[in-house]
Design a protein around this ligand. Sequence first.
Ligand code: FES
Length: 87
Amino acid sequence: AFEVSLARSGTIVRVEPGETMLEALIGAGVDILYSCEQGICGACETRVLAGEPDHRDSIRTAAAHDQLGTIMPCCSRAKSSTLVLDL
Ligand code: FES
C-alpha cells in the first residue's frame, strides 16, 4: 500500500494493494476525470508534485512522464511510500 497526498485539499488517501489509485481517489470523493481505466486513453492524467511513480500506462514512457511530471492514476502506482498529486 502507499499514500497519495492531495496538494490542493491536503487530503491523504491510502491505496491498498487490491485497488487502483483511481479507485481510491474516487472512493475518497475526489473529482477526477477518467475513461478507459486501462492506461490507454489519457483522460486521468494528473500532475505529480513529489514522490516516485511506478508508471504502468501505455501512453507515455516512464521517462516522458517523469520529464512532464505526470502520472495516470488509473493504472500506475508508487515506488515511494507517498505520492503528492496536484489534486
Ligand atoms: Fe484512461 Fe487513465 S482512464 S488512461
